[in-house]
Design a protein around this ligand. Structure first.
Ligand code: HEC
Length: 123
């Protein structure tokens, strides 16, 4: 019985670490796609139109750089990427595929609160 229990625990741990590695790989991919398509406007530092616009929009209450935000939702990221916002162009699926967009989203919301956690909006 004890042995069966240990085998079960080992299986649970293995599948949990596989899921973790999978989402790690997705975030890594999201980071790459973000650097390619988005960082020219949304990178950290001076002279980035997206970062400047968002700093102005939130008047410093939220970080200007998307990678420093902790309040982004997958729905908001997907909507803005497919529809654009102000001077931000929308992206076609031939540019940013659905899989790429899923990866960017996973990357950007990685620091957002999970269900049940309190939002940290920096305020
Ligand atoms: C040409 C510059 C440019 C590029 C490239 C760009 N953006 Fe933007 N983005 C902006 C600007 C400017 C805004 C602010 C629009 C506004 O004033 O509401 C914005 C807003 C956003 C917002 C809304 C944030 C908020 O709180 O309102 C998200 C999410 C976003 N961009 C994601 C992305 C992603 C992901 C990419 C890459 C696929 C990307 N953007 C590429 C310029 C850009």
């Amino acid at each position: 019985m004890n042995r069966v229990f240990r085998v079960v625990i080992a299986c649970v741990m293995l599948s949990a670490s596989a899921a973790y590695a999978q989402s790690d790989a997705t975030r890594q991919k999201g980071n790459e796609v973000f650097q390619y398509w988005c960082a020219t406007c949304h990178g950290r530092g001076a002279g980035m139109p997206g970062t400047i616009a968002l700093t102005a929009k939130y008047k410093g209450a939220l970080p200007g750089a998307l990678e420093d935000r902790t309040d982004l939702t997958p729905q908001a990221v997907r909507f803005v990427v497919r529809n654009g916002a102000a001077i931000m162009p929308f992206f076609r699926k031939t540019e940013v595929s659905d899989a790429d967009l899923d990866a960017i989203t996973e990357y950007l919301v990685r620091r957002s609160p999970q269900p049940g956690e309190r939002a940290n909006t920096g305020r």
